[in-house]
Design a protein around this ligand. Structure first.
Ligand code: AMP
Ligand code: ZN
Ligand code: ZN
Length: 418
């Protein structure tokens, strides 16, 4: 009742101001609030959409109860780490930002792109578009990245003021502490936008599968770290300024030693460059004979769809892309493309179950996590799954900054805003 009365009085004042001067009080107030808003983008790599209900993570549940949760976040194809993390921060589809795979080649860049090659990661030619930390800095604010694909690279001549070289051995507690330390900086140096990345859930999902006790333990461990983050933010008195956007890049499907496609059963591995293995096989014939390679694989295994680059179905959005090799194979959900040698090694180790991702992005098991919570966001809202291209526009709206041109549609997330 009191709230309603306050709102009514505010409305009266607002309309009076409108008649008095050109700058409406409400707008100026709102923009001042947005101007001081902070966004912390948290990625829990490989958190499948259904883990939220299954694990009942107390800290994520609290954020969701006070904020907005989607029942799924739809990734781009292939549902892999680098392509989707980079879509989350640019709002661009893969064909537009160029990060089409974790492993790739490009006609105009020598060598191969791979996640563990620091020199290659730092080459700006692989990274198109404008990541949000640059959008933030370009508009006079400060950004900080506690790990994120692309954050170690000078893109478009810019980089976040604060960033760290990727080191997955860094304990989660130290990652959280680093974010809190950046937030303690004085106004003007304090970042408005920060990232935070956790890999535990993806690792456990790969090793033990999405239904394992290990993935649940990893999920609850990361949830605990998020609790420490929220507590640290509250301790600093920043709770009324910080908006959390907690996402994952993709989900996880269960694999099995009984669902393997052994590549050397069909082709001579000495005659091809295998740029990516599984579940999206990417091949380039060493002798240039694309037709022979294509025919050797097309229709040979029921769980492997094979395409020439130009004929990749439109739904995947990658047909004719110069960074996609001549022939690709897409394994069905739960299947793995492997070599004979690998099968032998697994056999010796007692088989290999576990999990994988990268499959068709329309597969339910590939959907990830989305929770947004904070002063700028509505409370207790649960929405349907939406595509991860829309997260960039939402974060720009939370920060009151102008987004760069992107593939997202701000109206998709507008209803989440207060
Ligand atoms: P994926 O093969 O798609 O499951 O990739 C997940 C792995 O990507 C994680 O286990 C990390 O080791 C790695 N990764 C995540 N972020 C980065 C980064 N910023 N730089 C290098 N590697 C990363
Ligand atoms: Zn991932
Ligand atoms: Zn993974």
């Amino acid at each position: 009742m009191i709230r309603r009365l306050t709102a009514f009085v505010l409305l009266l004042v607002l309309s009076a101001c409108r008649t008095l001067g050109p700058a409406p009080f409400g707008t100026a107030h709102e923009s001042a609030r947005r101007d001081s808003a902070i966004v912390i983008l948290v990625s829990i790599d490989g958190w499948r959409h259904d883990y939220f209900d299954r694990f009942q993570p107390p800290n994520l549940a609290r954020l969701a109860a006070r904020g907005v949760r989607a029942t799924g976040l739809m990734p781009q194809f292939p549902s892999k780490t680098f392509p989707n993390h980079y879509t989350l921060v640019t709002g661009l589809r893969l064909a537009h930002h160029g990060m089409v795979s974790n492993n790739m080649v490009a006609p105009d860049i020598p060598g191969r792109f791979g996640m563990s090659n620091r020199e290659v990661l730092a080459d700006p030619r692989w990274w198109g578009g404008e990541p949000i930390w640059n959008t933030v800095e370009r508009q006079g604010k400060v950004a900080a990245a506690m790990f994120w694909p692309g954050s170690e690279t000078v893109i478009g001549g810019r980089q976040a003021t604060f960033w760290k070289p990727f080191d997955d051995r860094l304990p989660n507690r130290e990652r959280v502490d680093q974010v809190l330390e950046w937030l303690r900086l004085p106004e003007g140096r304090r970042p408005s936008f920060l990232t935070l990345y956790f890999s535990d859930v993806d690792n456990a999902g790969h090793n033990m599968g999405p239904r394992s006790a290990e993935v649940r333990e990893a999920g609850l461990r990361v949830d605990h770290s998020i609790g420490e983050l929220v507590a640290g933010v509250e301790e600093q008195g920043l709770a009324d300024r910080v908006n959390y956007v907690v996402v994952s890049d993709h989900g996880m499907a269960e694999t099995s030693p009984d669902r393997v496609i052994v590549l050397d059963d069909y082709i001579d591995l000495d005659k091809v460059d295998v740029i990516d293995w599984s579940p999206v096989l990417a091949l380039s014939p060493r002798d240039g004979n694309v037709e022979a390679l294509y025919r050797a694989l097309k229709g040979r295994h029921k769980a492997l769809a094979v395409y020439r680059n130009r004929e990749i179905p439109a739904v995947y959005g990658l047909a004719g892309h110069p960074r996609v090799p001549a022939v690709i194979g897409i394994a069905d959900e739960g299947w793995s493309v492997v070599s004979r040698r690998q099968v032998t090694e697994w056999g010796a180790a007692g088989g290999h179950g576990g999990g994988a991702h990268g499959y068709d992005a329309r597969t339910k098991s590939m959907q990830g996590l989305f929770i947004a919570s904070g002063p700028e966001l509505r409370s207790g809202l649960v929405v349907k799954p939406f595509e991860n291209i829309h997260v960039y526009d939402l974060m720009c709206a939370l920060l009151g900054i102008e987004p760069a041109t992107n593939d997202g549609d701000p109206t998709v997330t507008r209803g989440m805003l207060r």
